[in-house]
Design a protein around this ligand. Structure first.
Ligand code: URP
Ligand code: ZN
Ligand code: ZN
Length: 471
């Protein structure tokens, strides 16, 4: 029996096991696991390498409308290229419905942007910014049926925030259809109140972004989002959790038996609010929401990852350039209020988690795989097609050199942003080869994949949401 590709001699890890074996790949899928697999058109020697499920980054923003004059730094070509270099084989970007616009049309527009451009597989979450009758009654249920089985709602941001009533309405649609609701939990009124006061006091430098949305802003909204989900009896994912207060809200809900899930991101493990204190506008390079906090918050986020309060670790890749199209907002608007929120991170997510987590002994390799791939697939309706190394699964694989020492630097990266907030951080362990459905996309640090080979994935309902839905 012959294969298209055999990966030979590596140490394979899944979310459950670590073992030595060869992998036989045929027609884009894993066809055999074992030794002496026979012949193949191509053999990759993975001696001294880790062979892991390709990363799934379930929280990225690509080509997202970001306000007048602001341009997101990644389109689908550069965003998915950077993802591949970072050991990812699937990303889940957000398809944003702009207020006053149709959700269905937004999905068509996103497909047009992604079509023919992707190096890795993609699948869109939706963002609901306008919960009209048309959206709630027709567009959203129909799109969920079509495989867009998760959507995000915002409790803050001028053009995105939904009222509690509107959140309850969209959660009810999720309850009926089996979709998973992702929540950006920050209290909009509190942020507006604090922002106005800071500006009146002349406190406009980028680092005041942190003071405009302190921990209670996030903790309160997290509590409220969970309470709203409990009222409707629907599972909910609290995304980009940054601190202990919010983490403990999620833990308490989980202990009460609620289906509440949590996500954290690299910025909450290795950055702090101090990073926003750079000279002039330099601090804007770190402005994201929720903002990076302090060392104690980092410890809390690690606890959340270790103890299962967080089941996914994502990048929240939201790239802008450090120029007038991005972080230096146009028209001389220098207050932190106008700095577009978000930082790049799709390429550095996994090396940071591997190095800070596995190499430093905070998590084991199997937990790394769960947090970086398997749980994303299970949470968002892609499992077992994606997120594991098993016979029949897509051959989405990242081969890692676990000993490679790298100092993260913009000059090494492949995203569209002109900086990385992780500049200078030393990591051990780096993904060297990325394989999507059996095709090598990145090989020993070189791009060899075909632009356009990445496919859009229609998803099943989340494993966690499906039991809740009225069949
Ligand atoms: O600052 C952030 N996180 N920007 C991205 C948009 C979001 O809220 O996820
Ligand atoms: Zn968000
Ligand atoms: Zn985000």
């Amino acid at each position: 029996m012959s294969f298209d590709l055999i990966i030979r001699g590596g140490t394979v890890a899944t979310a459950a096991d670590t073992f030595s074996c060869d992998i036989g790949i045929r027609d884009g899928r894993i066809a055999a696991l074992g030794s002496d697999l026979g012949t193949a058109r191509r053999v990759i020697d993975a001696t001294d390498r880790l062979v892991l499920p390709g990363g799934i980054d379930s929280h990225v923003h690509i080509s997202q409308p970001s306000g007048e004059g602001i341009v997101m730094a990644d389109d689908f070509e550069s965003g998915t290229r950077a993802a591949a270099f970072g050991g990812n084989t699937t990303v889940l970007p957000f398809c944003l419905q702009e207020r006053g616009h149709s959700l269905r049309q937004a999905v068509r527009d996103y497909h047009a942007k992604a079509e023919g451009s992707c190096y890795v597989d993609v699948s869109f979450h939706l963002i609901i910014s306008d919960a009209t009758e048309q959206v709630l009654g027709q567009e959203l249920p129909a799109l969920i049926k079509d495989g867009y089985t998760s959507f995000k709602v915002f409790m803050t941001y001028e053009d995105l925030a939904l009222s509690d009533r509107e959140i309850l309405e969209v959660m009810s649609v999720a309850r009926e259809t089996g979709a998973l609701v992702m929540v950006h939990a920050e209290n909009f009124d509190a942020i507006r109140f604090l922002t106005d006061r800071l500006e009146r006091a002349g406190k406009t430098a980028p680092h005041f972004h942190g003071a405009s949305r302190p921990i209670p802003v996030e903790r309160e909204a997290t509590h409220r989002a969970i309470a709203l989900a409990e009222l409707v009896d629907v599972p909910v994912m609290i995304v980009h959790v940054s601190n202990r207060g919010a983490m403990e809200e999620i833990r308490r809900a989980q202990q009460r038996g609620l289906k509440v899930f949590g996500e954290t991101c690299p910025q909450y493990l290795v950055l702090t609010e101090k990073d926003m204190e750079g000279l002039n506008m330099e601090g804007s390079k770190y402005v994201c929401s929720p903002p990076p906090r302090d060392k104690e918050s980092q410890i809390a986020c690690w606890e959340g990852l270790q103890q299962g309060v967080f089941n996914v670790f994502s990048s929240d890749h939201c790239p802008f350039r450090y120029d007038e199209t991005g972080k230096l907002a146009p028209n001389g608007r220098t207050s932190f209020r106008w700095v577009p929120n978000g930082i790049p991170g799709v390429e550095t997510r996994l090396p940071i988690l591997f190095s800070e987590g596995v190499v430093k002994g905070r998590i084991d390799l199997n937990r790394f795989v769960a947090l970086s791939a398997t749980n994303h697939a299970k949470t968002y309706g892609l499992y077992p097609r994606k997120g594991t190394i098993a016979i029949g699964s897509d051959a989405d694989i990242a081969i890692w050199d676990p000993k490679r020492e790298v100092t993260i630097s913009q000059s090494l990266l492949h995203h569209g942003s002109d900086y990385t907030p992780y500049e200078g951080i030393k990591v051990t362990g780096w993904p060297v080869t990325t394989i999507v459905r059996g095709e090598v996309v990145v090989e020993d640090g070189r791009l060899v994949g075909r632009k356009g080979a990445g496919q859009h994935l229609s998803r099943e309902r989340s494993q966690y949401a499906v039991a809740e839905a009225a069949e």
